[in-house]
Design a protein around this ligand. Sequence first.
Ligand SMILES: Nc1ncnc2c1ncn2[C@@H]1O[C@H](COP(=O)(O)OP(=O)(O)OP(=O)(O)O)[C@@H](O)[C@H]1O
Ligand SMILES: [Mg+2]
Length: 204
Amino acid sequence: MTYVVLEGPDGCGKSSQAVGLAAWLRDQGHSVVHVREPGSTPVGESLRQLLLARATGDLRPITEALLFSAARAELVANVVAPALRRGEVVVAERCYLSTIVYQSIAQTPGLDLDWVLDLTRRVHGAHLPDAIFVLDVAADVALARRRARDHDRIEARGDGYHERVRAAFVQVVALEARAQRIDAARSFDAVQADLRERVRGLLR
Ligand SMILES: Nc1ncnc2c1ncn2[C@@H]1O[C@H](COP(=O)(O)OP(=O)(O)OP(=O)(O)O)[C@@H](O)[C@H]1O
Ligand SMILES: [Mg+2]
């Protein structure tokens, strides 16, 4: 029925905000499927382990784009589409916007944007998000938020990389009609209230 996505750089607050949003939606009487990308299918979780493991080492952007897209194809066909058909609400952490940001815009040289968009169309078919909320926060604030844990393969990239990722997310919000920026520098509760207000307007 409704497919909403939380996007943004590592440590911006996607997982914690998604948990709050899913709980609120359930309180409102909705059936909610909460998923994360890559993951939330057997193949997707295996690909997630491979993609985040530091032991994996460097991968070519095209390899990353194809592996993330493979996980996404399984998720959309096997989890998202059936949930939408049952009239449920899907709350997803990340979507194709991450592939545009990480493998195209923030990479030098990045993948051709039109090629990534074509791949995305083939992966999603008719099942595209109703809204993508990009949790925007300065790279150093996101770093501080995730400081408590060991950095995965992508988080371990340098500060300049994370600045480029933040800038790429801001850029992509302007390109994508489905995407909206949310100021995630505010308190957890303020961000959550903003999200609930925006999601309320989408529920059918
Ligand atoms: N608005 C906020 N203010 C302060 N701390 C926050 C806020 N939102 C989330 N946090 C905290 O920041 C940390 C990172 O949040 P979270 O794990 O939800 O981010 P994430 O976007 O899912 O990260 P990743 O991309 O690495 O999965 C958590 O400890 C969380 O409690
Ligand atoms: Mg998370």
